[in-house]
Design a protein around this ligand. Sequence first.
Ligand code: DHB
Ligand code: FE
Length: 284
Amino acid sequence: MAILVGGLGCSHVPSIGAALDKGLMQTPDWKPFFDGIGPGRDWVAAQRPDIAVAIFNDHGNAFFLDRVPTFAVGCADRYEIADEGWGPRPLPAFDGDAAFGWHLADTLVANSFDPTVLQEVEVDHGLQVPMELFWGRPAARWPVRVVPIFVNVIQQPTPLPSRCYAFGAALRQAIDSFPGDARIVVLGTGGLSHQLQGARAGFVNPAADRAFLADIARDPEKLASMSREDYVRVFGSEGAELIMWLVMRGALDRAVRVCHSHYFVPASMTGVGMLVLENAAKAI
Ligand code: DHB
Ligand code: FE
């Protein structure tokens, strides 16, 4: 059966991608953020996952407001880089794993989740930026296959945080029952606190962000029992992206070990974080 090697959390702010494209990582604005990503990258290099199941939200690039799935699962063998307005960024397309995607879709339906199945979809910064932070930019091919899971946070009604956490448990069942010996890592992207529009545009909440990074490891039920309104109030309207991390956390055991945690504020208008978790029971 497949092996769950761990869970990753990471912000996906587009300007991080621009900083990578322009080589700004050592400039005073960016150095404090990029200085903290090395241990995450080292962990991934040591674990050599075959498949990254990446939970993120599209930002109007794959789906527009006329049709927004609540949960959608990628069942394709290739995902092209979305053009977000300046042309696609210079990254290779992602190889997918359609076999795991279909197995996940089956397992979700058996657990009373009914995802949209995607056989062709482009992926935006929500996936691109965290993948490059953890895996680096490959010259030709990514060294890992990606299975994207899209969760709606751009149009009401968005799913409940508790539902996202339960979705993670069904994802775990799919991993545990997937034939073969693939090494699978689960990646949740988005957040941390930010609000890009409205009266509170520019709002960040560093104290709440730091608490989130601690609580997602030791008390995920607390975060799963918050309401959607709580997320908007505490983390900002776009900080509600943090429900992506609950899917990742729900796929792990109750007891986890924190292998790496990094926080910096602000990148663009956002508190940015990186987290690496392993099941506490995992053999080291
Ligand atoms: C920013 C953050 C995001 O999560 C996003 O999707 C777009 C922009 C920002 O801080 O600029
Ligand atoms: Fe976002």
